[in-house]
Write a protein that binds this ligand. Structure first.
Ligand code: PGA
Length: 238
């Protein structure tokens, strides 16, 4: 896989702001290696603009009486190819367990979505030297009873780094990326692409991009500013 830049816009912007954002982005670049994850209700406005598109969360069911949910089948039917599964905000604020994440992964893959699976440790786990243990269990539980993960990308996102301006050292990131790849390789015998996410911005991207083992980055806050996202794109993809 070539490198990618994934932009998680989270629950931000009104419709007018979104339209303005799209116009600005389009003025700066069009690149299918940039995957935008807008708030779902705005997805129609992003279609056919030469960006790849994804949703920030999916249901684990295809259809039925699940008020407020968005199914992988519906996502695919709109022409959207990607979904984030297991973001720490979903895990922590909406009580998504490893079990739920495993079900979402299964239904997403069944419907031919490409999945960005987020994993990462808390500050406390890091301090107790439990990062590898946490990552390994998140991987094993997420992939339970799944045979083919060729459409999965893992995003390594230390929870303490998301939205905090705190970024691990390159050595720390590299060590965990190699560890994640090893765990997956032992189960599936493939070299899984791994992204780094957590406070990536236009100032630190050059340094983070020096980590050869990375297949790109997952950007939150900085992706809300078109110019910042463009700088990140230039560093990673050009
Ligand atoms: P951040 O978010 O870049 O704002 O830290 C990253 C994420 O939540 O994926």
């Amino acid at each position: 896989m070539g490198k990618i830049v994934a932009a998680n816009l989270k629950m931000n912007m009104t419709l007018d702001e979104t339209k303005d954002y799209i116009t600005k982005l389009n003025g700066l670049f069009s690149d299918l290696r940039v995957i935008l994850f807008p708030t779902s209700i705005y997805i129609p406005y992003f279609l056919n603009k030469n960006f790849s598109l994804g949703v920030q969360n999916i249901s684990s069911y295809d259809k039925g009486a699940y008020t407020g949910e968005l199914s992988p089948m519906q996502v695919k039917s709109v022409g959207v190819d990607y979904a984030i599964v297991g973001h720490s905000e979903r895990r922590n604020l909406y009580n998504e367990t490893d079990n739920i994440i495993n079900s979402k992964l299964k239904d997403g893959l069944k419907n031919d979505l490409k999945i960005i699976l987020c994993i990462g440790e808390t500050k406390e786990e890091k301090e107790l030297n439990k990062t590898e243990e946490k990552l390994e269990s998140q991987i094993i539980n997420a992939f339970k009873d799944i045979n083919d993960i060729s459409n999965v990308i893992i995003a390594y996102e230390p929870i303490w780094s998301i939205g905090t301006s705190l970024v691990p050292t390159n050595e720390e990131i590299k060590k965990m990326v190699i560890f994640i790849k090893m765990v997956v390789k032992n189960i599936f015998d493939i070299d899984i692409p791994v992204l780094y996410g957590g406070s990536v911005n236009e100032n630190n991207i050059k340094k983070i991009n020096e980590i050869n083992e990375l297949s790109g980055v997952l950007v939150g806050g900085a992706s809300l500013v078109p110019e910042k996202l463009n700088i990140i794109r230039e560093v990673v993809l050009e």
